[in-house]
Design a protein around this ligand. Structure first.
Ligand SMILES: Cc1cc2nc3c(=O)[nH]c(=O)nc-3n(C[C@H](O)[C@H](O)[C@H](O)COP(=O)(O)O)c2cc1C
Length: 192
């Protein structure tokens, strides 16, 4: 048994984007992250996902776009709030949008393809954790904003499975209460 991997699964914690700092993954580490995320169960091998990687100045320029969309939707927003929107993507050194790109297939309902895109996100969190990086899976408001999705080049059929924020933790995360496991399991042992 690979105890290190089991232990990673048993202890993984998200670190909030606000608690992240430099450094982020190197080019080589980014490639490994993407390759790990990409290796997911995928009914009929449809590959219904793609990645949009925000690094460097792209984070601030897309933050500017985000603030513009936010201002349109919230004309009374304070300059402080707009500044917060502008800085969303610069909270972490690396942000990766995982896009669910469903393929029409009579054997694979869209729900399964969304689940596969979710697996891509989870693989990325696990790979980032294994590399010693902090990570958080966020959707916030903009994952569901049609205008911003259009600016990002998503088609009408596509959706955001998650924004994966990745960096270095300023402080180690503490444990949080977990949902009760026992009440969520039903063991079937006897013939009925
Ligand atoms: C699809 C999805 C979207 C999420 N979106 C947000 C979000 O917008 N804001 C937030 O605070 N947490 C969000 N979370 C929760 C965090 O990623 C994280 O799971 C949570 O803080 C619990 O921490 P843990 O991963 O260490 O258990 C989301 C989680 C998932 C799976």
């Amino acid at each position: 048994m690979n105890n290190d991997f089991i232990n990673l699964l048993l202890t993984r914690r998200s670190v909030t984007a606000a608690e992240m700092t430099e450094p982020g993954p190197s080019d080589e580490q980014l490639e490994t992250l993407l390759r790990c995320a990409h290796r997911v169960p995928d009914h009929k091998k449809l590959g219904p996902w793609r990645f949009i990687v925000f690094r460097g100045d792209a984070r601030a320029s897309y933050g500017e776009q985000l603030a513009k969309v936010f201002a349109k939707r919230n004309p009374d927003a304070s300059s402080k709030l707009l500044e917060f929107e502008r800085n969303r993507f610069t909270r972490a050194p690396l942000v990766i949008a995982v896009v669910c790109s469903p393929v029409v297939n009579e054997k694979v309902p869209e729900q399964e393809q969304v689940l596969t895109a979710g697996a891509v996100c989870q693989n990325m969190l696990l790979a980032a954790t294994a590399m010693g990086f902090a990570s958080q899976w966020l959707t916030e408001w903009y994952a569901y904003d049609k205008k911003f999705n259009k600016k990002l080049g998503l088609t009408k059929a596509e959706s955001i499975a998650g924004y994966m924020y990745i960096g270095t933790a300023k402080n180690a995360p503490t444990e949080r209460p977990r949902p009760d496991l026992d009440s969520r399991i039903r063991y079937l042992k006897e013939a009925e």
